[in-house]
Design a protein around this ligand. Structure first.
Ligand code: PEP
Ligand code: MG
Length: 581
């Protein structure tokens, strides 16, 4: 049966592949009783899954040991490899499959619960912690098991060509889940929940994989291994397409790939407008390894390093040294080009296990809660550790520090004092750093955009975070698909706040960048240029498309047209004028 579901287009492109259902409750597996003659195959399936995970872990270990920044990870992977080959996990479930004729997933989870039960009674905190490692290893094996078809007949209609891409279908994915796709070959993903500028969507765009969110019932309607097409530009998921539709999409996919490869020619072109004025196109990154992609498009520097991703998907916090290594790796790789490190923007949809609320207090409204700079100022030791790591790394490149979510002047003053304290400590310890490291602030709360004077006096540069600026100006939760139709970058109030900030920066001779998703949207490049913006920061995957717009831009004409747009209060008229930009 063919059917299609419509959701929010968050990352363009076309993916054609097989569904892989995932759930947060990976461990809630169903129990089946096997026929006697199927038991040997089930044991084999289990053994193969263990072997697949062993190969996966070896690969992760190889990567980790060859990267200075990830060296610590290698020893954790070693522990996982040991757990995987322990007979308690590798052999006992096989006995259960044979004796109880149960499915491999069930046998494995039963044994895991048995083992974890013993760990809970151990006094030693370190050993007790190993329980998480067991659970993580079991989760990995389960992912392989549930991703493997139990019967050949489930691999689609007979005679149909098998599609290689893996498409993740989930009820919801956190940014922490999605960032893990960087290490996997995922064709695309779809979710029931989520907003277009949620961090999950942002990570999808950075991976340049097609994604659709807000599909409501995809997780319930799609079955494992169904053939799927994601149309990332239109926000459509097609389930079980017939041969004609499949052919059509294969053709479109090839065309898109061709367009992308043509864009590559722009890599060496100068990023300047028709009058020769230069426009800096910088990159947003989440992890040090993203620098590879940044170099592929020859970005002018890093305009936003979302450091909170270093704190996710782990049970502990990164030490000062580990953070230093990560920041240094980026600084060194970028050479003389600027690297803007944003201090921890944890909270709201970006959660870290080691920092998670212990359950004593459920945040009533996380987007308005203890997030970003508020969190850091409430935990000065954590903040100081990060500032020291950034400062130490500053001697290896051109480092800038960027402070997120500023609303109050005292937050800037307290942060600058913390930076002074970190510098003083380093001087006392005779550790080198760049004494003149620039400190800038993000403008992403309307209160900040409306009272820029004290910001411009205290900070060396500003960066407009349009994702949050829109969220807080329009009172729209950026992660909630139910209000996503109200999330409007072209709302006149939003446009005025952005334009005012750019103009105030120009008057005070303080550089202003935009690092929210608006900067990477080629349909908005001319609008932002017309407002006077000359620094854009976006995911590397978007840079060449934006450059294509820059090289066609006539600055004088755009300034005149955009000033008319900024005087307009009527959304419909604004859209009409945008068409003519
Ligand atoms: C923004 O809010 O626009 C921004 C760049 O920060 P983040 O998306 O990480 O909240
Ligand atoms: Mg933000």
């Amino acid at each position: 049966m063919t059917f299609s579901l419509h959701g929010l287009a968050v990352s363009a492109g076309i993916a054609i592949g097989r569904a892989h259902l995932v759930s947060h409750a990976t461990l809630e597996v169903a129990q089946f009783v096997m026929r006697e003659r199927d038991v040997p195959d089930e044991v084999l399936r289990f053994e193969k899954a263990l072997e697949t995970v062993r190969i996966e872990l070896e690969a992760v270990r190889g990567e980790a040991s060859s990267s200075g920044a990830l060296a610590e990870l290698a020893s954790f992977v070693d522990i996982h490899v040991m757990i995987l080959s322990d007979p308690l996990l590798a052999e006992v479930p096989k006995l259960a499959i044979r004796e109880r004729r149960c499915n491999a997933e069930w046998a494995l989870v039963q044994q895991m619960e048995e083992l974890v039960g013993h760990f809970d009674t151990i006094d030693d905190a370190y050993l007790r912690e190993r329980r998480h490692d067991i659970v993580q290893v079991v989760e990995r094996v389960l992912k392989v098991l549930t991703g493997q078809p139990r019967k050949i007949s489930r691999r689609g209609k007979s005679g149909e060509k098998d599609e290689g891409e893996l498409i993740i279908v989930a009820h919801d994915l956190s940014p922490a889940d999605t960032i893990q796709f960087k290490n996997l070959k995922i064709g695309g993903f779809v979710t029931d929940l989520g907003g277009a500028t949620s961090h999950t969507a942002i990570v999808a765009r950075s991976l340049a994989i097609p994604a659709v969110v807000g599909l409501h019932h995809a997780r319930a309607l799609v079955r494992d291994n169904d053939l799927l097409i994601i149309d990332g530009r239109r926000g459509v998921l097609i389930v079980g397409p017939d041969a004609r539709v499949l052919e059509e999409y294969r053709l479109r996919k090839t065309e898109l790939e061709l367009e992308r490869s043509k864009l590559k020619r722009l890599k060496s072109a100068k990023s300047e407008m028709l009058d020769g004025e230069e426009v800096a196109l910088l990159a947003n990154i989440e992890l040090p390894q993203d620098v590879v992609q940044v170099k592929q498009v020859d970005a002018a520097g890093i305009g936003l390093f979302r450091t909170e991703f270093l704190f996710m998907n782990r049970d502990d916090l990164p030490s000062e040294d580990e953070q230093y290594e990560a920041y240094r790796a980026v600084a060194k790789a970028m050479g003389h080009r600027p690297v803007t490190i944003r201090t921890l923007d944890i909270g709201a949809d970006k959660q870290a296990r080691a920092l998670r609320d212990t359950g004593e207090r459920q945040e009533p409204n996380p987007a308005l809660g203890l997030r970003a700079i508020r969190y850091c100022l409430a935990d000065p030791l954590l903040f100081l550790r990060q500032l020291r790591a950034i400062l130490r790394a500053s001697q290896h490149g051109r480092m800038h520090i960027l402070i997120p979510m500023l609303a109050h002047v005292f937050e800037i003053d307290q942060t600058l004092s913390m930076i002074e304290l970190a510098k003083m400590q380093l001087r006392n310890e005779r550790i080198k750093f760049d004494e003149n490291v620039a400190v800038g602030g993000m403008i992403e709360i309307p209160a900040a955009a409306l009272m820029l004077g004290p910001f411009l006096k205290r900070l060396s540069f500003l960066s407009i975070g349009t994702n949050d600026l829109i969220q807080y100006t329009l009172a729209i939760d950026r992660t909630d698909e139910a209000v996503s139709h109200l999330y409007d970058p072209l709302h006149p109030a939003v446009l005025r706040l952005i334009a005012q900030t750019i103009q105030a920066g120009a008057r005070a001779e303080i550089p202003v960048a935009v690092c929210g998703e608006m900067a990477g949207d080629p349909s908005l490049t001319h609008l932002l240029l017309g407002m006077g913006l000359r620094q854009f920061s976006m995911h590397p995957a978007q840079i060449l498309e934006v450059k294509q717009q820059v090289v066609m831009a006539d600055a004088e004409q755009l300034t005149a047209k955009v000033s008319r747009i900024l005087r307009c209060d009527e959304p419909e008229k604004i859209r009409e004028m945008m068409e003519r930009l």
